[in-house]
Design a protein around this ligand. Structure first.
Ligand code: ADP
Ligand code: MG
Length: 313
């Protein structure tokens, strides 16, 4: 069974159980309205040695930062403010004290940068690989929450940064080139927390998610949940220096935001974003009524053979 097939099975099997006020499975975070126009957001991510990282290619400090960063990105993707995390670690017996201290230091650095408390977790021994699980909790005004399911036909599709650097960095790592600038970008994702919060306040932003698996794969989740189609213009996709279009579209782990906004206000949104963050929002296409996902090159439909991101496996 594929990862997404499994998630669908879970959603179906548990659908009849009480939701206790939560919105259902399927977005970057689970949402629990708590009254007073506020909601809590919950998200969790697992990093497994050999699948998500190679111990020899990633310092413990970088891994500490990254394991937190990918969760903060999911909170940002809903327009929320991350407030706390729970950290669970399964460490092989041969893990050195130095490794553990460096890991915690990286985790602490990023927690401090984003004002996030560490409020719990679990620590166990592992027979083989390192396994890291982080749960992040965020808060948001209910009216600021952005979901994957709210894209509307006619919306402009934006990405909030250049794509492909992480994928190109992964290619470097897999080729044994650990010291390149792109490999460093892959190991040090920067969650767009301030950007997500700001976009949350903008009513013309309809749908939002973060780009963890690559645009080609992630846009499909947004379209499925919004019951829409899309046209993406390949020549407008912002490829990071050193990355090619395939890496920009399929590379994964860029942790930029993917959003859709009312076309009538999208130029103003991009101008305000640039004034606020000194960086562009890149318009890469538009949401359509149906017709699935169409890739275009200079206006002409093309049929690329793009596949989603698969980490190391
Ligand atoms: P993301 O890439 O944003 O972390 P995923 O693609 O991992 O999201 O997951 C998609 C959705 O499926 C999310 O809403 C997530 O909470 C849910 N999900 C994934 N795995 C499980 C699981 N084992 N049990 C329940 N829900 C899950
Ligand atoms: Mg996500």
């Amino acid at each position: 069974m594929t990862e997404f097939g499994f998630i669908e099975q879970i959603a179906a099997r548990f659908a009849a159980l009480p939701a206790n006020g939560f919105e259902g499975i399927g977005d970057d975070c689970a949402v629990l309205p708590i009254g007073n126009r506020e909601a809590l957001l919950f998200t969790t991510d697992l990093l497994t040695e050999g699948v998500h990282f190679l111990r020899a290619a990633t310092s413990a400090r970088e891994l500490g930062r990254k394991s937190l960063a990918v969760n903060l990105s999911d909170v940002a993707a809903m327009g929320g403010r991350p407030v706390a995390t729970l950290l669970s670690l399964s460490l092989p017996v041969d893990t050195t004290d130095d490794w553990a201290v460096e890991f915690m230091e990286g985790y602490r650095e990023l927690s401090e940068r984003f004002g996030v408390a560490l409020v719990g977790g679990d620590t166990t021994r592992s027979d083989s690989s390192i396994v890291i699980n982080v749960t992040a909790i965020g808060r948001a005004e209910t009216s600021h929450i952005k979901r994957r399911s709210d894209a509307r036909a006619g919306d402009t599709i934006f990405v909030s940064g250049e794509l492909g650097a992480s994928g190109a960095g992964l290619a470097d790592l897999l080729a044994g080139r650990y010291d390149t600038p792109l490999a460093a970008i892959h190991r040090n994702p920067q969650p767009q927390v301030a950007e997500g919060l700001w976009l949350g306040t903008r009513p013309e932003v309809h749908a939002m998610m973060d780009l963890s698996d690559g645009l080609a794969s992630d846009i499909r989740h947004l379209l499925e949940r919004s019951h829409c189609g899309a046209e993406l213009d390949t020549e407008r996709i912002p490829c990071a220096a050193g990355a090619d279009l395939r890496q920009a579209v399929c590379g994964g782990e860029d942790y930029k935001l993917l959003l859709t906004a009312d076309a009538a206000h999208s130029e103003q949104l991009a101008a305000d974003y640039r004034a606020r963050f000194g960086a562009p929002l890149y318009a890469v296409g538009r949401i359509t009524d149906g017709g699935g996902l169409v890739w275009r090159e200079n206006g002409r439909p093309i049929a690329p053979s793009w596949h989603g991101f698969r980490h190391f496996d």
